[in-house]
Design a binder for this molecule. Structure first.
Ligand code: 5GP
Length: 205
Protein backbone atom coordinates (compact mmCIF):
# COMPACT_ATOMS: atom_id res chain seq x y z
CA UNK A 1 0.00 0.00 0.00
CA UNK A 2 1.63 3.20 -1.22
CA UNK A 3 1.62 6.31 0.99
CA UNK A 4 -1.45 8.39 0.34
CA UNK A 5 -0.15 11.22 -1.87
CA UNK A 6 0.06 10.27 -5.54
CA UNK A 7 3.15 10.38 -7.71
CA UNK A 8 4.05 13.44 -9.73
CA UNK A 9 5.19 12.21 -13.12
CA UNK A 10 6.83 14.47 -15.66
CA UNK A 11 6.93 13.42 -19.29
CA UNK A 12 8.90 15.24 -21.96
CA UNK A 13 10.24 14.43 -25.34
CA UNK A 14 10.81 16.13 -28.65
CA UNK A 15 7.93 17.06 -30.92
CA UNK A 16 7.33 14.08 -33.12
CA UNK A 17 8.28 11.53 -30.47
CA UNK A 18 4.64 10.56 -30.08
CA UNK A 19 4.29 11.60 -26.41
CA UNK A 20 0.64 12.54 -26.75
CA UNK A 21 -0.38 9.21 -28.26
CA UNK A 22 1.58 7.14 -25.75
CA UNK A 23 0.16 9.11 -22.83
CA UNK A 24 -3.40 8.81 -24.13
CA UNK A 25 -2.95 5.01 -24.25
CA UNK A 26 -1.35 4.98 -20.81
CA UNK A 27 -4.21 6.90 -19.20
CA UNK A 28 -6.78 4.69 -20.90
CA UNK A 29 -5.18 1.59 -19.36
CA UNK A 30 -4.37 3.17 -16.01
CA UNK A 31 -7.31 5.22 -14.77
CA UNK A 32 -5.73 6.42 -11.51
CA UNK A 33 -3.31 8.43 -13.64
CA UNK A 34 -4.59 11.95 -14.27
CA UNK A 35 -3.39 14.18 -17.09
CA UNK A 36 -2.63 17.73 -16.06
CA UNK A 37 -4.21 20.02 -18.64
CA UNK A 38 -1.88 22.96 -19.29
CA UNK A 39 -2.75 26.54 -20.07
CA UNK A 40 -1.41 27.92 -23.35
CA UNK A 41 -1.51 31.09 -25.39
CA UNK A 42 -1.14 29.18 -28.67
CA UNK A 43 -4.08 28.70 -31.00
CA UNK A 44 -5.91 25.37 -30.89
CA UNK A 45 -4.93 22.87 -33.58
CA UNK A 46 -7.60 21.08 -35.53
CA UNK A 47 -9.44 18.65 -33.26
CA UNK A 48 -8.09 20.05 -30.01
CA UNK A 49 -10.67 20.60 -27.31
CA UNK A 50 -10.72 23.33 -24.67
CA UNK A 51 -10.17 21.82 -21.23
CA UNK A 52 -9.10 18.45 -22.67
CA UNK A 53 -5.92 19.22 -24.59
CA UNK A 54 -5.27 22.68 -23.16
CA UNK A 55 -6.98 25.67 -21.63
CA UNK A 56 -6.55 28.18 -24.44
CA UNK A 57 -5.99 31.70 -23.12
CA UNK A 58 -5.03 35.11 -24.42
CA UNK A 59 -1.66 36.52 -23.44
CA UNK A 60 -3.43 38.93 -21.06
CA UNK A 61 -5.29 36.08 -19.36
CA UNK A 62 -2.06 34.10 -19.07
CA UNK A 63 -0.27 37.07 -17.52
CA UNK A 64 -3.05 37.52 -14.98
CA UNK A 65 -2.70 33.88 -13.93
CA UNK A 66 1.05 34.35 -13.73
CA UNK A 67 0.71 37.42 -11.52
CA UNK A 68 -1.61 35.50 -9.25
CA UNK A 69 0.98 32.72 -8.86
CA UNK A 70 -1.32 30.12 -10.35
CA UNK A 71 1.43 28.16 -12.11
CA UNK A 72 3.54 25.33 -10.76
CA UNK A 73 5.86 26.16 -13.66
CA UNK A 74 5.59 27.94 -16.97
CA UNK A 75 7.75 28.44 -20.05
CA UNK A 76 7.80 30.19 -23.35
CA UNK A 77 8.02 27.41 -25.91
CA UNK A 78 8.53 28.51 -29.51
CA UNK A 79 6.44 31.71 -29.62
CA UNK A 80 3.85 30.82 -27.03
CA UNK A 81 3.48 30.52 -23.31
CA UNK A 82 2.61 27.25 -21.62
CA UNK A 83 1.96 26.75 -17.92
CA UNK A 84 0.93 24.04 -15.47
CA UNK A 85 -1.91 25.17 -13.18
CA UNK A 86 -0.82 24.41 -9.64
CA UNK A 87 -4.05 23.97 -7.66
CA UNK A 88 -5.56 21.16 -9.73
CA UNK A 89 -2.32 19.14 -9.70
CA UNK A 90 -1.94 19.55 -5.96
CA UNK A 91 -5.57 18.62 -5.31
CA UNK A 92 -5.29 15.42 -7.37
CA UNK A 93 -2.01 14.41 -5.74
CA UNK A 94 -3.59 14.93 -2.31
CA UNK A 95 -6.51 12.73 -3.35
CA UNK A 96 -3.98 9.97 -4.05
CA UNK A 97 -4.10 10.17 -7.84
CA UNK A 98 -0.89 10.05 -9.83
CA UNK A 99 -0.60 13.11 -12.02
CA UNK A 100 1.30 13.35 -15.28
CA UNK A 101 2.62 16.63 -16.64
CA UNK A 102 3.46 16.63 -20.33
CA UNK A 103 5.81 19.58 -20.51
CA UNK A 104 8.97 20.79 -22.21
CA UNK A 105 12.45 20.04 -20.91
CA UNK A 106 13.04 23.43 -19.27
CA UNK A 107 9.73 23.28 -17.42
CA UNK A 108 10.49 19.70 -16.42
CA UNK A 109 13.79 20.67 -14.85
CA UNK A 110 12.02 23.46 -12.95
CA UNK A 111 9.54 20.92 -11.58
CA UNK A 112 12.36 18.57 -10.56
CA UNK A 113 14.00 21.44 -8.66
CA UNK A 114 10.81 22.17 -6.75
CA UNK A 115 9.76 18.54 -6.33
CA UNK A 116 12.84 16.29 -6.20
CA UNK A 117 10.58 13.23 -5.89
CA UNK A 118 9.00 13.87 -9.30
CA UNK A 119 9.44 10.88 -11.62
CA UNK A 120 11.05 12.08 -14.83
CA UNK A 121 10.32 10.17 -18.03
CA UNK A 122 11.76 11.05 -21.43
CA UNK A 123 9.92 9.76 -24.49
CA UNK A 124 12.10 9.36 -27.51
CA UNK A 125 11.51 8.33 -31.09
CA UNK A 126 13.16 5.08 -32.11
CA UNK A 127 15.09 6.74 -34.94
CA UNK A 128 16.31 10.23 -35.67
CA UNK A 129 14.44 10.32 -39.01
CA UNK A 130 11.12 9.66 -37.29
CA UNK A 131 11.04 13.15 -35.79
CA UNK A 132 10.71 15.01 -39.06
CA UNK A 133 8.46 12.34 -40.60
CA UNK A 134 6.01 12.63 -37.70
CA UNK A 135 6.04 16.42 -37.68
CA UNK A 136 5.45 16.43 -41.42
CA UNK A 137 2.63 13.93 -41.08
CA UNK A 138 0.88 16.22 -38.63
CA UNK A 139 1.20 18.98 -41.25
CA UNK A 140 -0.14 21.70 -39.00
CA UNK A 141 3.12 23.64 -39.18
CA UNK A 142 4.60 25.79 -41.93
CA UNK A 143 7.89 24.67 -43.56
CA UNK A 144 9.82 27.19 -41.44
CA UNK A 145 8.12 26.13 -38.20
CA UNK A 146 8.83 22.51 -39.12
CA UNK A 147 12.55 23.26 -39.43
CA UNK A 148 12.60 25.08 -36.10
CA UNK A 149 10.76 22.22 -34.39
CA UNK A 150 13.04 19.57 -35.94
CA UNK A 151 16.19 21.38 -34.80
CA UNK A 152 14.91 22.00 -31.32
CA UNK A 153 13.81 18.36 -31.10
CA UNK A 154 17.43 17.29 -31.63
CA UNK A 155 18.55 19.81 -29.00
CA UNK A 156 15.94 18.48 -26.56
CA UNK A 157 17.19 14.92 -26.92
CA UNK A 158 20.50 16.08 -25.42
CA UNK A 159 18.58 16.80 -22.21
CA UNK A 160 17.45 13.18 -21.79
CA UNK A 161 20.40 12.63 -19.44
CA UNK A 162 18.60 14.65 -16.76
CA UNK A 163 15.66 12.22 -16.69
CA UNK A 164 15.18 9.07 -14.64
CA UNK A 165 13.77 6.91 -17.44
CA UNK A 166 13.70 6.80 -21.21
CA UNK A 167 10.80 5.23 -23.06
CA UNK A 168 11.41 4.56 -26.73
CA UNK A 169 8.37 4.90 -28.92
CA UNK A 170 8.72 1.96 -31.25
CA UNK A 171 5.23 0.77 -30.53
CA UNK A 172 2.53 2.82 -28.80
CA UNK A 173 1.17 -0.08 -26.75
CA UNK A 174 4.64 -1.07 -25.56
CA UNK A 175 5.43 2.56 -24.73
CA UNK A 176 2.30 2.79 -22.58
CA UNK A 177 3.16 -0.52 -20.88
CA UNK A 178 6.66 0.81 -20.14
CA UNK A 179 5.22 3.92 -18.47
CA UNK A 180 2.86 1.81 -16.37
CA UNK A 181 5.77 -0.45 -15.38
CA UNK A 182 7.73 2.63 -14.28
CA UNK A 183 4.80 3.91 -12.20
CA UNK A 184 4.27 0.51 -10.59
CA UNK A 185 7.97 0.21 -9.75
CA UNK A 186 7.99 3.72 -8.25
CA UNK A 187 5.00 2.76 -6.08
CA UNK A 188 6.99 -0.17 -4.71
CA UNK A 189 9.97 1.98 -3.74
CA UNK A 190 10.65 1.86 -0.02
CA UNK A 191 10.88 5.65 0.15
CA UNK A 192 7.27 5.81 -1.10
CA UNK A 193 6.07 3.35 1.54
CA UNK A 194 7.53 4.76 4.73
CA UNK A 195 4.14 5.21 6.43
CA UNK A 196 3.10 1.70 5.50
CA UNK A 197 6.28 0.29 7.02
CA UNK A 198 5.85 2.40 10.17
CA UNK A 199 2.32 1.08 10.53
CA UNK A 200 3.60 -2.49 10.27
CA UNK A 201 6.11 -1.79 12.99
CA UNK A 202 4.11 0.40 15.32
CA UNK A 203 0.53 -0.48 14.40
CA UNK A 204 -2.24 1.95 13.42
CA UNK A 205 -3.90 2.61 10.07
P1 5GP B 1 2.48 21.77 -28.46
O1 5GP B 1 2.34 23.19 -28.95
O2 5GP B 1 3.07 20.88 -29.52
O3 5GP B 1 1.22 21.23 -27.86
O4 5GP B 1 3.54 21.80 -27.27
C1 5GP B 1 4.81 22.36 -27.46
C2 5GP B 1 5.70 22.00 -26.28
O5 5GP B 1 5.20 22.63 -25.08
C3 5GP B 1 5.75 20.51 -25.96
O6 5GP B 1 7.11 20.17 -25.70
C4 5GP B 1 4.90 20.37 -24.74
O7 5GP B 1 5.31 19.27 -23.95
C5 5GP B 1 5.20 21.68 -24.04
N1 5GP B 1 4.21 22.04 -23.03
C6 5GP B 1 2.88 21.80 -23.04
N2 5GP B 1 2.31 22.25 -21.91
C7 5GP B 1 3.31 22.76 -21.15
C8 5GP B 1 3.38 23.36 -19.85
O8 5GP B 1 2.39 23.51 -19.12
N3 5GP B 1 4.60 23.76 -19.40
C9 5GP B 1 5.74 23.63 -20.15
N4 5GP B 1 6.88 24.02 -19.62
N5 5GP B 1 5.71 23.06 -21.38
C10 5GP B 1 4.52 22.65 -21.86
Amino acid sequence: MQDKRGLLIVVSGPSGAGKGTILAHTIESYPTLKYSVSVTTRNPRKGEIEGVNYYFKTLEEFETMLNQNEFLEYQKVYDNYYGTPFSKVNEQLNQGFDVVLEIDVKGALEVKNKYPDAVMIFISPAKRETIEERLRGRSTESEEQLKIRTNSAIEEIKQAVFYDYIVVNEDVHQGAMDIIAIIEAEKCKVKNNKKFIDNLIYGGK
